[in-house]
Design a protein. Structure first.
Length: 446
């Protein structure tokens, strides 16, 4: 929290007179002060030849959505090897989507589908860890903590946690996703949590009338006693302290403020069961402002079938529960992305940890976990849109062409973000560790 107190002398616990002073706190970033984070960003920029101004919005479909009912419907197949909700043609000849994507179907030229995502982790936590970090983690199935850094944490380390010019965090989360953190990279590279006390922390604790303009603020700061006291704890505001003040006073707060958007646009995005539309609108605002990676989570796609204890129905019922809102929000987002001219700067990644089985359980009406094949959707990023990457076998149980692994996806994101594919950091064992384990970018996207 940034606090400006008055200049009235007082006695400290050591009996010495002190003046109250300006304090710039951590903003929920692992306990480091904002000035320290700004220095880290500046140091990162000095070490790197180029820090790209690109952003990823990471939309995680929690639970593993079915490839059949979403992006690979296979309507020519008999059941259960086809979508139980039908299929819909798109504005790209030959590309079909699940039958509930009525809005998205008219925008297929603005996204590309990966129909051959594959790995061997059948547990939710393990598969999510693999997707988020590029490393399988079998012990995650038994409650083990994350043990490798996420994509967002690596980006935060590479670019620096706070953008020294735009005064915004590099990595932000709207929702919790397992394995989203930095692990051994260090707490300063945790995501900036907007569901925590961030907005309270970004509020100046001095009267609003004394902050009417920059001159008034500077006048207030000038009143702070800059002399170093006997214990050496008082410091004059340096470059990074001043920038930290600017962060909480200016653009950072504006980027998080949805009330600045046109009410009609907010209405188009919608306010569904989990407010996905507003989450995506906020994510787009943050990306437009310069934040490098924003995590969003939507739904509970673990469609095993009817299970009243967790509120799950059949695969068909689950698709009707979640797809309409996803369809609407994604469609408005894509239109807005292009309307703002951000289709080269911002990449939307709609990802899940795995797909679902080629069979539908006759009793429960659900599909089970299936890591051998899943679908992912990418939109924007200056990439080639309107195409399908890879294909699946006739029954949709495995990749037929161009298998894409979690590390291939990771390498694709590294390339877009301007992170070197051979990037290494020293791990907790004191050894250099590659941030990508053998993956290659999906070249068809460029």
């Amino acid at each position: 929290m940034l606090t400006v107190w008055g200049s009235r002398p007082r006695l400290g616990c050591d009996g010495r007179a002190r003046r109250d002073f300006l304090k710039i706190g951590a903003l929920g970033m692992g306990g480091l002060t904002l000035p320290a984070l700004l220095r880290a960003r500046a140091n990162a920029a000095q070490r790197s030849q180029e820090v790209k101004d690109t952003s990823i919005i990471w939309l995680f479909l929690n639970g593993g959505p079915s490839q059949y009912e979403t992006f690979d419907p296979k309507p020519e197949n008999p059941l259960p090897f086809r979508s139980v909700v039908g299929a819909v043609k798109t504005n790209v000849p030959g590309t079909l989507l699940g039958g509930l994507f009525q809005n998205l179907s008219s925008l297929a030229d603005k996204f590309s589908l990966i129909r051959s995502y594959t790995h061997d982790s059948a547990d939710h936590a393990d598969a999510t860890h693999y997707l988020m970090t590029g490393h399988a983690h079998r012990a995650a199935a038994f409650g083990a903590a994350q043990n490798q850094p996420s994509l967002g944490a690596i980006l935060s380390r590479y670019r620096g946690p706070i953008h020294s010019a735009k005064l915004l965090p590099t990595y932000v989360k709207q929702d919790y996703i397992y394995a989203e953190g930095p692990d051994w990279l260090g707490a300063s590279y945790n995501p900036f949590d907007i569901r925590g006390n961030v907005m309270e922390n970004m509020t100046l604790k001095i009267p609003q009338e004394r902050l009417s303009d920059r001159r008034t603020l500077l006048a207030e700061l000038d009143k702070i006693d800059r002399r170093i006291d006997q214990s050496g704890t008082m410091h004059a505001l340096g470059e990074f302290e001043a920038r930290a003040v600017e962060l909480v006073c200016g653009r950072a707060r504006e980027a998080f403020d949805l009330s600045r958007e046109d009410p009609k646009l907010r209405e188009r995005y919608g306010k569904g069961k989990e407010s996905l539309g507003e989450k995506l609108l906020l994510a787009l605002r943050l990306a437009e402002a310069g934040i490098g990676l924003i995590n969003v989570r939507y739904g509970s796609w673990d469609s095993h079938g009817t299970n009243p204890s967790v509120g799950h129905g059949t695969i068909e019922e689950e698709m009707h529960k979640y797809v309409p809102e996803l369809d609407r929000a994604l469609s408005v987002f894509l239109e807005d992305l292009y309307a703002r001219g951000l289709e080269k700067k911002v990449l939307l990644a709609v990802v899940g940890e795995f797909g679902r089985t080629p069979n539908v359980d006759k009793v429960s009406g659900g599909r089970d976990h299936w890591p051998l094949l899943g679908n992912q959707l990418l939109a924007g990023g200056g990439m080639k849109m309107g195409q399908i990457i890879g294909s699946s076998t006739a029954h949709g149980e495995a990749p037929k062409t161009q298998p894409v692994t979690p590390n291939d996806l990771r390498a694709t994101f590294f390339k877009f973000l301007g992170v070197p594919l051979d990037l290494q950091y020293v791990n907790h064992s004191g050894r250099p560790q590659a941030m990508i384990d053998g993956g290659k970018p999906i070249e068809a996207l460029w």
